[in-house]
Design a protein around this ligand. Structure first.
Ligand SMILES: Nc1ncnc2c1ncn2[C@@H]1O[C@H](COP(=O)(O)OP(=O)(O)O)[C@@H](O)[C@H]1O
Ligand SMILES: CC(=O)OP(=O)(O)O
Ligand SMILES: [Mg+2]
Length: 398
């Protein structure tokens, strides 16, 4: 029987979708609907041959999903023809409730809704996608796969903030961690690359995309990670600040009169690389830097400095590290960031070979010298395949 899954990743103004075979990773179709709820809606639908580009106004996620299903019906592949088995949904926050993927029913939807307070940017659009997809594709099982699930193995010493414990307990304040679906995939791929049993492998995974995180893996399980209660903590990101002194918030509240919503918006949407430079894409930052822009040079140095500090922290946490792995759009493509982040760590067993690092491969590859005590590698992530696999594991009970 086929293992074909429709994977949906619904963001606040976009729907990313892939039709993907959980068994062999083949991907007959994929696409991206953008500018949902704004003017100038657009869908790019890729199936055999030239990608199809279409302008279509999508006032909400329901309209976005309807437009997507229309493209499948009109241009193919028709979902009824490909033997699709299930729909897999990316859900960012699963709180403490979900340590595993689950089949979605009304109760699960309600719980995801309740968790929106902990991930106001991510869970509401995830949920909107689920609600409309369950209605439109009502004869298929729908499975939620959570970014937080893989990090449920964190020990209390890593997930507990040093706050009033009663307040923290009442409001579920703890570190949850995100990007777990990606990190889980990359962990398994890395163990395979090293020819090691994942359950005996220690890895530092650097997922550097729009959001960015570092995770310490001991014996195949996540034991610490840089994102926290929300995906705002940790590394410097495209538009998020990452770590800062919480006192800054009180200072800006009192001195600049900024409201909580304004602070939230600034830290999540106008900080990080964007706040420092005016552009969010690392390629544009490099362009500015090579044109002599000092703010861009400083921003990329800060970006790499934060990564290196987390690598140092997780070396200390893990004691022994078999691999440091880069993934995500920046991690997979940006040799400058990789080399700058790990420069001067030879005495800690970490070294980047500059020829290997600079070579323009696109697949999984070592970038450390032969015989290095800690391997440095680039391992492209595939969150959609991981979501498809986890979805099928729920559907088939396998
Ligand atoms: N060739 C490249 N060099 C440097 N950075 C890149 C390159 N390609 C993509 N990126 C970065 O990757 C980011 C997107 O990462 P990705 O993991 O695809 O994002 P998402 O979190 O949306 O899945 C872009 O914003 C850009 O900064
Ligand atoms: C949780 C998170 O940060 O996701 P993304 O990188 O897709 O924004
Ligand atoms: Mg991402």
């Amino acid at each position: 029987m086929s293992a074909m899954v429709l994977v949906l990743n619904c963001g606040s103004s976009s729907i990313k979708y892939q039709l993907i075979d959980a068994d062999d990773g083949s991907m007959p179709a994929r696409g991206l609907a953008e500018r949902i709820g704004e003017n100038g809606g657009h869908i790019r639908h890729e199936w055999s041959g030239e990608p199809l580009e279409k302008d279509v106004e999508m006032p909400d996620h329901e309209a976005g999903l309807a437009a997507m299903l229309d493209l499948f019906e009109q241009h193919g592949p028709r979902l009824s023809d490909v033997g699709i088995r299930a729909v897999g949904h990316r859900v960012v926050h699963g709180g403490e409730t979900f340590a595993e993927p689950v089949t979605i029913d009304d109760d699960v939807e309600r719980t995801i809704d309740e968790l929106s307070a902990l991930a106001p940017l991510h869970n509401p659009p995830n949920l909107a996608g689920i609600t409309v997809a369950r209605r439109a594709l009502s004869d298929l099982p729908h499975v939620a796969v959570f970014d937080t699930a893989f990090h449920q193995s964190l020990p209390p010493v890593a997930y507990t903030y040093a706050l009033d414990r009663d307040v923290a307990a009442e409001h579920h304040v703890r570190r949850y961690g995100f990007h777990g679906t990606s990190v889980s995939y990359v962990t398994r791929e890395t163990a395979r690359l090293l020819n090691r049993d994942p359950a005996r492998t220690n890895i530092i995974v650097l997922h550097l995309g729009n959001g960015a995180s570092a995770t310490a893996i001991r014996d195949g399980a996540s034991i610490d990670t840089s994102m926290g209660l929300t995906p705002l903590q940790g590394l410097v990101m495209g538009s998020r600040s990452g770590d800062l002194d919480p006192g800054i918030l009180f200072h800006l509240r009192r001195s600049a009169g900024m409201s909580v919503d304004e602070l939230d918006d600034m830290l999540n949407r106008h900080s990080g690389v964007l706040g420092l430079t005016g552009v969010r894409d690392m390629r544009e930052v490099h362009q500015l830097a090579s044109d002599g822009d000092d703010a861009a040079k400083l921003a990329r140095d800060i970006y790499c400095y934060r990564i290196r500090q987390y690598v140092g922290a997780y070396l200390a946490t893990l004691g022994e590290v078999h691999a440091v792995v880069f993934t995500g759009g920046v991690g997979e493509n940006d040799s400058w960031v990789r080399s700058r982040s790990l420069a001067g760590m030879r005495r800690l067993g970490i070294e980047v070979d500059h020829v290997r690092n600079a070579s323009r491969g696109s697949g999984t590859r070592f970038i450390s010298p032969d015989g290095a005590s800690t391997v440095v590698a680039v391992v492209p992530t595939n969150e959609e395949l991981e979501i498809a696999r986890q979805t099928m594991s729920v559907v088939d009970g396998r």
